[in-house]
Design a protein around this ligand. Structure first.
Ligand SMILES: NC(=O)c1ccc[n+]([C@@H]2O[C@H](COP(=O)([O-])OP(=O)(O)OC[C@H]3O[C@@H](n4cnc5c(N)ncnc54)[C@H](OP(=O)(O)O)[C@@H]3O)[C@@H](O)[C@H]2O)c1
Length: 261
């Protein structure tokens, strides 16, 4: 029998990452859960071992710091793990006027959402190419499709993730390495309160269950999809911005995502 694939999930302590861990565990995959909240990940690891009889390892790492990605890869190397599936899921957002948000919060977001995601991919993709087997799923957002007044850095960070993922998709198909990007819309996780976006019209009128979004991500890996936008309203929104004049898109986004009162 072939050895089970090894799946690394960043941001596996809660939300979409946690739910995706459950789906890969159901498949019998060997899991590595990475994030800062060690207790929450240990609790999930125990649940998955008991329910699905899979091997689960917890790795504590802060990916909003520059050494984070290398620290994580060092932990993988020390324990001789080869990664077959990389889920770059960890990320956060922040509502607010650009200059009102502390610079450190912007820097942490750029490090986590962009720099660490890029570095983890850089460090892990050569092994996949060499073995001619691998999948990477990057979690962007419907924020990737247009600018976001009052959350400008978050939206721009997700535009990077989408563009980066599609570029790598085209580069890597010939290596049998599949780079997918999932762009969820508002999803009921801790993200809404952490980013202070949960009371914006964007969140109040259209949010999805985390289980459904995780299933779309799992499916994207299994079906080697280039791009997945879960939920038909999100899908419609993502495509309609492509045929709408930019000033109109910006005006609508400003109404949908007003400043904190
Ligand atoms: N929920 C939404 O509405 C929504 C919509 C579109 C896209 N997304 C994207 O989906 C992804 C997952 O978010 P979620 O909705 O599941 O939110 P969540 O429940 O807040 O989960 C975020 C995860 O990221 C991890 N994380 C945060 N800071 C980290 C750090 N410095 N180092 C390592 N891990 C860190 C957290 O783990 P620790 O706290 O343990 O570190 C947590 O497990 C994010 O990239 C987000 O941008 C979410």
């Amino acid at each position: 029998m072939a050895a089970p694939e090894t799946v690394l999930i960043t941001g596996a302590s809660s939300g979409i990452g946690r739910e995706m861990a459950k789906l890969f565990a159901q498949d019998g995959s060997k899991l590595i859960l990475a994030g800062r909240a060690t207790d929450k990940m240990e609790e999930l690891a125990e649940e998955l071992r008991t329910k699905h009889h899979v091997e689960v390892t917890v790795m504590t790492v802060d990916l909003s710091t520059p050494p984070g990605a290398k620290d994580l890869v060092d932990q993988l190397d020390t324990q001789n793990f080869q990664i077959d599936v990389l889920i770059n899921n960890a990320g956060f957002g922040q509502l607010g006027r650009f200059e009102d948000i502390p610079l450190q919060r912007h820097q942490d977001m750029l490090q986590l959402n962009i720099a660490s995601l890029t570095e983890l991919t850089y460090r892990l993709i050569p092994g996949m190419q060499k073995r001619k087997r691998g999948s990477i799923l990057n979690i962007a957002s419907t924020a990737a499709f247009q600018p976001g007044p009052n959350a400008a850095v978050y939206y721009a960070s997700k535009a990077f993730v989408l563009s980066f993922s599609e570029g790598l998709y085209a580069e890597n198909a010939e290596h049998n390495v599949w780079v997918s990007c999932m762009c969820p819309g508002p999803t009921r996780t801790g993200f809404g309160s952490d980013s202070e976006m949960e009371n914006t019209p964007v969140f109040r009128f259209n949010s999805m269950a985390v289980e459904d979004v995780a299933r779309a991500g799992h499916n994207a890996v299994r079906k080697r999809r280039r791009l997945v936008v879960p939920g038909w309203i999100n899908w419609l929104g993502a495509w309609s911005v492509r045929i709408t004049a930019r000033p109109m898109v910006l005006w609508v986004m400003k109404q949908l995502q007003p400043m904190k009162s």
